[in-house]
Design a protein around this ligand. Structure first.
Ligand code: HEC
Length: 265
């Protein structure tokens, strides 16, 4: 889709330059605000897009900063107010007044509001919290393991890296691949049977976003400790703490990171 924000920024810059040359501070002001808005929206070409809240904050700042700038000199401020006074008070501008105040502004407000309340025909998506809040600690076969800032003993044991990797690989291909896929892409041969589907570990959306202790917790406890608030869960992710040892769960955790080239957050 065509991105209109560079155009908005460009038009804003042109308007502000022309109106600055014609000494029309009000339109200069509008042009600057338009250019700023367009530029803030263009940030997404070089960096992650700014959240709407941040843009709102910056825009509020620009609105006041430039208002102060344009009102600081008396004659400039009078010139700034002139277009508004003309439209609102001059006798010979009745038609323009009716057009702008009674037609354009209400229609614009109505249009914007309609866009927000328009009936949605698509079925509501069931919001499911993909990464539920983990508990502070879990009991793993009677052993209490703290999850806050938990560090992987396997990852830290760099001298035995290959041993842990091989062990994790064996555990993965004995227990996980028929759901999470032999390529760790979430497409194991029984994956289609489940909704929600087994998650892929490749890509940047799943384990790459998670601390290793959280992933350890999800493998150890599977669906069994998912908070009720995160329904609909219907998760088929098994709890492996009844079957694997603490070290084995750390090893398979290590393996799914290493095999996909991801790093824990
Ligand atoms: C019966 C199918 C099945 C098996 C077997 C299975 N999983 Fe899962 N797993 C799932 C499903 C479905 C989800 C997504 C729903 C959820 O998060 O509970 C999931 C989610 C996960 C998550 C959460 C990822 C995230 O980004 O939140 C991890 C980690 C995970 N599985 C690891 C494993 C490991 C490691 C094994 C083997 C030891 C394994 N799974 C075996 C079905 C399975």
């Amino acid at each position: 889709m065509l991105n209109i924000y560079p155009i908005i920024a460009g038009v804003g810059i042109v308007i502000s330059i022309i109106s600055a040359m014609k000494k029309a501070p009000f339109f200069n002001y509008l042009g600057i605000l338009m250019a700023m808005y367009g530029l803030l929206k263009c940030v997404e070409f070089v960096a992650p897009p700014l959240p709407g809240q941040v843009i709102l904050m910056y825009m509020a700042m620009f609105v006041f900063t430039f208002l102060i700038y344009f009102s600081i000199k008396e004659d400039q401020f009078q010139a700034f107010l002139r277009p508004m006074k003309t439209v609102l008070a001059d006798d010979d501008k009745k038609i323009l007044r009716v057009l702008i105040v009674y037609i354009m502004i209400p229609v614009l407000a109505g249009y914007i509001t309609y866009g927000k309340v328009k009936p949605q025909l698509a079925p509501p998506t069931s919001a499911r919290i993909v990464h539920p809040e983990p508990p502070a600690s879990i009991t793993f076969r009677g052993e209490k393991i703290s999850l806050l800032g938990a560090e992987s003993p396997v990852r830290n044991d760099t001298a035995n890296r290959d041993k842990h990797f091989e062990a994790g690989k064996r555990i993965y291909y004995q227990n996980c691949f028929y759901c999470h896929g032999d390529d760790l892409a979430g497409n194991g041969y029984i994956a289609d049977a489940f909704n929600p589907r087994p998650l892929p570990f490749r890509g940047t959306d799943t384990i790459a976003q998670l601390p290793e202790g959280f992933v350890f917790y999800r493998i150890a406890k599977g669906w069994t400790t998912l908070p009720a608030g995160s329904t609909p869960w219907d998760s088929s992710m098994p709890a492996f703490d009844t079957f694997l040892t603490v070290e084995e769960v750390w090893q398979v955790t290590f393996f799914i990171y290493e095999a996909t080239g991801n790093k824990p957050r």
